[in-house]
Design a protein around this ligand. Structure first.
Ligand SMILES: [Cu+2]
Length: 371
């Protein structure tokens, strides 16, 4: 038995596939009437990468039982959400980009249904703000992605963003995939995307929450000493072997990676093999801002609540000379790491390198079978 199943942790790995199906189904049915979601705020125990078990909080999808589920919403659509507060404290739901007071406080043990218009296509963090950042860093967080099937460049190529938000440089990039020499292969395909949601765990804060103590924001910010660093709720070996976390593809299959930081500590994701193309600016305020200078990076910064969308082009790694490409000595798949460059985030429980915020991505081959 999977040790995570054993304690009922149920994070990304086992449940993502079922969850995505549910969300897509909900969305399809909801196109006329709007869209509806339900999240439960729960107190849980979860196992960390070194076997330590901590008290934590989480949003849960009541249908799939997935923790901290990504919510895929149709942009600019009337959205209702039932929130059930199963924790011992009053809770207040929030979404980046809106005031923390937008939604009502929900007393312990009660529920509420909120209504809002889903924001323009982009990447957002939903979280909990009754005690500042405390609820969020204890695990009450997740990602909202918004989309619309009609989001295309003037030339008709799909993009993840509303056409009013696209800069000329982003339009040029999405038009260049598959037609420019730098990007052999195909266009970006809607749905070819993955989320990298980062966070941290300071067990001292979790212990205070378990005792149901008041957790004050300002001492928390200054005393917060994370000992575990997570990517989609996983660390180290688990994150590097999670189907929902590891980007995979063939040459010429660009993949959108929505990176987000739900924690308090800053992160600096760094990737090997390909440079990423940065699509959006840091946006702690929640406003979408497409880059008007699209350049290659191998490291980017994510402070608390920031999101940065990047595109992993899936092209020939620069360190492989053209003369030996496609590779003959080393067979596909080629594996390259992504790890946070804030070095303490590579550890777990004060040691255990590299069992922190790290994963890898896979170049599966030159061409998908049948392509
Ligand atoms: Cu490195």
């Amino acid at each position: 038995m999977d040790r995570r199943e054993f304690i009922g942790y149920g994070s990304a790995a086992a449940l993502t596939a079922a969850f995505v199906k549910t969300q897509v189904g909900q969305e399809a049915e909801a196109q006329v009437a709007g869209q509806h979601f339900e999240l439960h705020m729960e107190e849980i125990y979860e196992e960390l990468i070194d076997g330590e078990v901590v008290f934590a909080l989480a949003f849960r999808d009541p249908v799939t039982r997935a923790l901290r589920p990504p919510l895929k919403m149709r942009q600019a659509t009337t959205t209702t959400m039932k929130l059930v507060n199963k924790t011992r404290k009053a809770r207040r739901f929030a979404i980046t980009g809106w005031p923390n007071t937008k939604f009502p406080v929900i007393p312990a043990g009660q529920s509420a249904t909120i209504s809002f218009t889903a924001p323009p296509a982009g990447t957002y963090i939903y979280h909990e703000v009754s005690e500042g950042s405390a609820g969020r860093v204890l695990g009450l967080h997740g990602v909202i992605t918004t989309w619309h099937a009609g989001n295309k460049t003037p030339a008709g190529n799909a993009t993840p963003y509303n056409k009013n938000d696209l800069t000329p440089e982003l339009i040029a990039l999405f038009d260049a995939f598959g037609t420019h020499g730098d990007f052999p292969g195909g266009k970006w395909q809607p749905g070819r995307e993955i989320i990298w949601l980062m966070s941290q765990v300071d067990p001292v804060v979790n212990q205070a929450a378990e005792r149901n103590e008041l957790i004050d924001l300002n001492p928390l910010v200054y005393n917060f000493r994370p000992r575990y660093f997570t990517l989609n709720g996983l660390s180290g070996y688990d994150a590097a072997h999670d189907e929902a976390t590891v980007p995979k593809g063939y040459i010429g299959e660009p993949m959108l990676i929505r990176t987000a930081n739900a924690g308090i500590a800053a992160h600096a994701p760094h990737i090997h093999g390909n440079h990423i193309l940065r699509l959006t600016e840091n946006s702690a305020d929640g406003k979408f801002k497409g880059c008007d200078n699209v350049y290659e990076l191998d490291t980017w910064c994510l402070k608390a609540l920031e999101r940065v969308d990047v595109m992993l082009p899936f092209k020939k790694p620069d360190e492989i000379p053209h003369e030996v490409w496609p590779p003959r000595q080393e067979p596909f798949p080629l594996l390259y790491p992504m790890h946070c460059h804030c070095e303490m985030s590579q550890t777990a429980g004060g040691g255990n390198y590299p069992q922190g915020l790290v994963t890898h991505w896979e170049l599966l081959g030159m061409q998908r079978a049948g392509a």
